[in-house]
Design a binder for this molecule. Structure first.
Ligand SMILES: *Cc1c(COP(=O)(O)O)cnc(C)c1O
Length: 233
């Protein structure tokens, strides 16, 4: 089977499952955006995905993301940055990312804003909420509850950033239903203060149906579409 046929088949299966999960949840399937996570895969795959109708792609590492976005500029894809960002990379990332899912500090928001502003761009931002106490202890995995109001305000106040909502990653080996229920409750709370924060980025290959049940508007699916990622070198 050609790579194109393989991607077409896997993509169609994932799209079918998204539609089915939305219907089970009593939601409109059009309200769920599939972000295909192309990290580690070559630009040739991203081109094939574009031919197959994909418009939203996710990357988690700079400069891999920048290289791909630059090379594929002609396609008009929407680039979603979904990985943890070191502040000193924020300015560069602001040059090509259309959506950043992983805003986790006021400091990062300031840097993204400065970068976007200097390039005359506006970036849709999601604040990543920590759903995993183990990751929080290591300073990974997003903002803890106490810090959330400050980070939300810093994005909302930034002229070149649009506060769109929240993102969460279910803890490895935990119960995604429980994690996404917590995330949905925080999202509802956030929307009461910030009506523009209507996006909820949740769900990966292993749990996107549970995330859709909990109200995800953006699911980030990699391996189910592209296959098992090659081990990182
Ligand atoms: C890699 C990644 C995904 C996609 O993971 P799969 O299990 O391959 O679908 C989703 N979200 C984030 C934050 C990621 O880093």
């Amino acid at each position: 089977m050609s790579r194109r046929d393989e991607l077409a088949e896997r993509l169609s299966e994932v799209r079918g499952r998204i539609t089915a999960a939305a219907e089970v949840a009593g939601r409109d399937p059009d309200d769920v955006t599939l972000v295909v996570v192309t990290k580690t895969w070559p630009v040739s795959d991203v081109r094939l995905l574009h031919e197959l109708g994909v418009r939203d792609v996710g990357e988690n590492r700079h400069p891999e993301a920048e290289d791909k976005a630059t090379e594929l500029r002609d396609l008009g894809l929407r680039w979603h940055f979904i990985g943890q960002i070191q502040s000193n990379k924020a300015g560069r990332i602001a040059g090509y990312a259309d959506v950043v899912h992983s805003v986790d500090s006021a400091r990062l928001a300031h840097r993204l804003n400065a970068g976007a502003h200097s390039k005359g761009r506006v970036i849709d931002c999601l604040v990543q909420v920590n759903l995993d106490p183990d990751a929080a202890r290591e300073g990974r995995g997003g903002v803890v509850a106490d810090d959330l109001p400050g980070v939300l305000a810093s994005v909302d106040d930034a002229e070149a950033l649009r506060l769109r909502g929240l993102m969460g990653v279910a803890p490895l080996g935990g119960d995604p239903v429980e994690a996404y229920a917590r995330l949905a409750a925080i999202a509802a709370d956030t929307r009461s203060s910030y009506p523009s924060a209507s996006w909820l980025s949740a769900g990966m290959s292993g749990d996107f149906e549970q995330a859709i049940q909990a109200g995800a508007t953006h699911v980030r699916v990699g391996s189910l579409v592209l296959g098992q990622r090659p081990p990182l070198g």
